[in-house]
Design a binder for this molecule. Sequence first.
Ligand code: AMP
Length: 548
Amino acid sequence: MQGLMQDWSMTLDRVLDHAKIVGPDREIVTRSVEGPIVRTSYGELWTRARQASHALREAGIGVGDRVATLAWNTARHMEVWFGAMGIGAVLHTLNPRLLPDQIAWIANHAEDKILFVDLTFLPIVEKIAGLMPTVKTYVVLTDRAHMPSTALPGAIAYEHFIAGRPTDARWGGFDENTAAGLCYTSGTTGNPKGVLYSHRSNMLHAFAANQGDAFGLRAKDVVLPVVPMFHANAWALTFIAPMAGAKMVMPGAKLDGQSIYELLEEERVTFTAAVPTVWLMLLSHLRDNKLKLSTLKRVVIGGSAVPEAILRAFEEDYGVEVVHAWGMTEMSPMGTLCSMGPQQEELSHEERIKLKLKQGKTPFTVEMKIVDDAGADMPRDGKTFGRLLVRGPSVARAYFKNEGARNPDGTVLDAQGWFDTGDVATICPMGFMTITDRAKDVIKSGGEWISSIDIENIAVGAPGVANAAVIGVYHPKWDERPLLIIQPKAGETPVREAIMQFLNGKIAKWWTPDDIVFVEQIPLGATGKINKMALRETFKDYKLPTAA
Ligand code: AMP
């Protein structure tokens, strides 16, 4: 017997329709790429997104066509986003931090038809336009007054592109499983792979990520997504904030400590989210200038593990609650969040800090487990490491064009429908997951595993250390041993013995790095994470003093 409820297709255009009804005057504030702060509202954004839809249709874009953006978080980017998704086109966020050739490779793989580009990235696109034959139209996200002369064929200013367009473009009316967004993984192994979100998967993910113990956003919140829209939909905030009717503050091109601080204070931000490197910049700006945070209540930190020093600074020095989150592009991206539940009420401050360094629990709709190399389930005892598998309605089952397929039908799942995250983790009896490493970064010493992340998290707290990375280096007896790579704070010269002393007692003796090297800059990848592949390459012939 079938239920007798309405067939309300879960397409994302409804999100902006809703925001326009419940919060037509609620602001979206942007630090524009041109410079000034620009204010718009959900009502206006809706109107302009409809005009963008109309212009896209005129440019020959229809259901399933890929609409690429190379853009910062701005209101204009949101207009193109909803304008494309509303007519069933696929919004493809290109990551400007990749190398130009990689961007061209991805645009070709995606067969993007039109590209919206911020002024900042125009030089990149001018360089690679000849390599992207599928792109027929270039739109520069600016107005006519700021439109530079450009070598891009037929390039048009965005304001000109949508000017005077009608607002009657039809949104929705297609199946909720229609593709809505495309985002390529960073491709640390092999070529990048496209994750193709559907309207339904993004909608369910937004509901899941906004549960009370997850983001829990409300209309009265003011949200600053520092995490870029090209990094897995700004962790769904581009859907959740309009769903909640919350005010949005878009940082544009300026993500340095001072610029973020100004927005946090001047716009009275209550909730923000980004990777740890952004928070390092903000915290050092706060410390150097003896500043306080007067309205910020919660900060979500993910993308890589939260260093203890950042967690303590936010919670102890500035009274801001940290929510540590883990996820990946393939999970839309939210996988777990570290929120305190009823069992944690009795914990002391120090016990809470320790717990908050874990990646946390799954929100409803995400399932996870850990398995050994043969695929057998491992115990949830908080000690046993295993490969972390996940499943749920917002987890990828295949990559675009069936890249990396494991099965004849193109999917990448195991027989029970589990997706292998490539992470190694423990799960404690209370359900809190701890990432111990990427499967390929774990250091295999004498048949036992050493977590590079655990050592890094502690080492960044050592005096004079700005950033720390640990990689496995060849050792004749143990196979691999950890090498600690340190990037000193500007103007400081940390010493080897002091760092070793600092680690002493904080990690198991046999995890102690066999050596420390100092570098000017630890290389970061396109999503702000430490580029271990580059480090492994640099130190591939490194001779540990213990190897003699
Ligand atoms: P991406 O798809 O680029 O977001 O990368 C996803 C990967 O980033 C995950 O598989 C993890 O290896 C890593 N990651 C994300 N969040 C965290 C976190 N909170 N702690 C440790 N690693 C993380």
